[in-house]
Design a protein around this ligand. Sequence first.
Ligand code: DC
Length: 234
Amino acid sequence: MIETTITIDGPAASGKTTVGYELAQKIGYVFLDTGVMYRVATLAALNANIDPQDETAVVQITQTLDFDIEPEIDHEDGRHYTVWVNGVDATWELRKPAVNQNVSAVASYPQVREELVRLQREFADGHATVMVGRDIGTVVLPDAPLKIYLEATPEIRARRRMGDHLQRDYNTVEFEKILADIIRRDRIDSSREHSPLKPADDALIIDTSTLTPEGVLQAMLDAVAERELPILNG
Ligand code: DC
C-alpha cells in the first residue's frame, strides 16, 4: 500500500519516534520503528554470546530471528509497542547500553540489512504505515508519497536522550558520554557503505532544534494534507 506510506528518517534522538508515533495516531496509520529490528538482531547476538564484530555469525542469527512487534496504545509505562524476542518481552532491554554500543556495527552488515529490509517492505505492503528509520525514504520505500527527514544538532539530541535515560533510571549516564556516543553513531550511520543515513532527494527536511514536538507534528500534518494522503481515522 505504497500510497499510504510515510517515511521518517533522521539521526538518533532527532525526535523521529516520538513525533512519528503521534503522527501515526493522528491519521490512523500503523507506526513501525525499524531501529527496533536492528536492536533485536543485536540483542539476540549478545544473548547468544556472539561477538557483534563476527559478521557471519550475526547474519546467521538475524536470518533465524523469532520476534514480534506489537503496537500499544496508552500503555502504563509509556511504551509505543511491545517487542517479543523468543517469546520474552524485551522492550526495555533493547535500550540497554550494550545494545546501544553495538547496534551500529550490526546495522552496517549488508546481509543483516537485506533481511530486515525485506521484513519492512512486507510490513508496508500490508498496512498503512508511518515507518521510521535511517534509510526508509532512500532504500526501503523510495516510492512513498511523503518522505520526511528530521535533523537537530548533536547537543540538542544528547540533551533529549539524557531526558529519556533519566526517566528510565540510568542514573550514571552523563551528558558528555551521551554526546560522544551520538556523534560516534552519527559517523558510523552516515559513512557506512550500505544505505547510509541521508535525506532522500525529495524529502521534506524539518530541523527540530528550535521546534516543539507539537510544531514538528503540525509541519508533518500540513505535508500530509498538501499531498492529499488518506486520513484513516476520521
Ligand atoms: O533509531 P535507533 O537508535 O533505535 O536505531 C538503532 C540503530 O539501527 C542505529 O545505529 C541505526 C540503525 N538503523 C539503521 O541502520 N537503519 C534503520 N532503518 C533504522 C535503524
